[in-house]
Design a protein around this ligand. Structure first.
Ligand code: ADP
Ligand code: MG
Length: 262
């Protein structure tokens, strides 16, 4: 599972994260909501030390993330990442893209030569099955639709056999119907495989639909933590100040506008 204790991050005079503590249990999907600039991406980047936190501690599966290279490599092999842009290699097959998730678990010589063992291929195909794309294993990645490519991104993260997955606005560029399929795949896999998922989203509706728990951030601080059912108008106004007078229906639209404006 993921444990974050007293995490702070400063960029010069700007405090991007202020004393953030949270915990995501195995099998649980926690969604982080917050306006642009709230610190959602910084939080994820600090958790796997793509960004060095100014203060605080991160533990993955009970282990403190060490700062040395070997330690970082080990911890990162336990954390799958999913970004808004799936970052697939367009000209490679779907299967090879998913196998890339296995690289950290392979002997270095084999990974350098891109020789994949039968076991690795089996794991990769199983992960593709979990996102219902095993029949496309031998297609070139760029022949797939945007939503399918993001599901391959999910399969690649799963192929790493991680203890945790960090997803930074994984459905930001997808239409709502496709986004639901991707989030559904992610949630189901996390539950079935006992993976802790921390997922940044900007759509309140998706948080209501898919989150086991929601964390609301504003200006670097956690301003809400609770069940998605607790996301009433008052709570949303704390996460997205300026929306106090909004009905639930118009809030989503205003949040989207805030996002586009920033
Ligand atoms: P979010 O993902 O919620 O939109 P971010 O984590 O990207 O928010 O950003 C939080 C704050 O930190 C913002 O004010 C942003 O401008 C700032 N920030 C993020 N990355 C950097 C950086 N590398 N250098 C300086 N400031 C940064
Ligand atoms: Mg962000």
């Amino acid at each position: 599972m993921i444990e974050v204790i007293g995490l702070s991050k400063r960029y010069g005079r700007l405090s991007a994260l202020i004393d953030v503590s949270l915990r995501v249990n195995a099998g649980e999907m926690v969604v982080v909501l917050g306006p642009s600039g709230a610190g959602k991406s910084t939080l994820l980047r600090c958790i796997n030390h793509l960004t060095e936190p100014s203060k605080g501690e991160v533990r993955i599966g009970g282990e403190t993330v060490p700062r040395d290279r070997a330690g970082l490599r080990h911890v990162r092999s336990n954390i799958g990442m999913i970004f808004q842009d799936h970052n697939l290699v367009a000209r490679m097959s779907v299967l090879k893209n998913v196998l890339a998730g296995r690289l950290a678990r392979m002997p270095q010589m084999l990974s350098m030569l891109q020789i994949f063992r039968a076991d690795d291929v089996r794991v990769a195909l199983d992960c593709l099955k979990r996102v219902d794309l095993h029949e496309r294993a031998w297609s070139r990645a760029d022949r797939l639709s945007g939503g399918q490519q993001q599901r391959v991104g999910v399969a690649r993260a799963l192929a790493q056999e991680p203890r945790a997955i960090l997803a930074d606005e994984p459905v930001a560029s997808l239409d709502p119907k496709t986004a639901r399929i991707v989030l559904g795949d992610l949630k189901r896999a996390a539950r079935d495989l006992d993976i802790a998922v921390l997922c940044n989203l900007h759509q309140v509706g998706f948080a209501r639909e898919f989150a086991d728990r929601v964390i609301g951030m504003h200006a670097g601080r956690i301003v809400f933590e609770g069940s998605p059912q607790a996301l009433d108008a008052q709570t949303l106004a704390r996460i997205y100040p300026g929306l106090e007078d909004s009905t639930a229906a118009s809030a989503n639209e205003k949040i989207e506008n805030l996002r586009l404006a920033s």
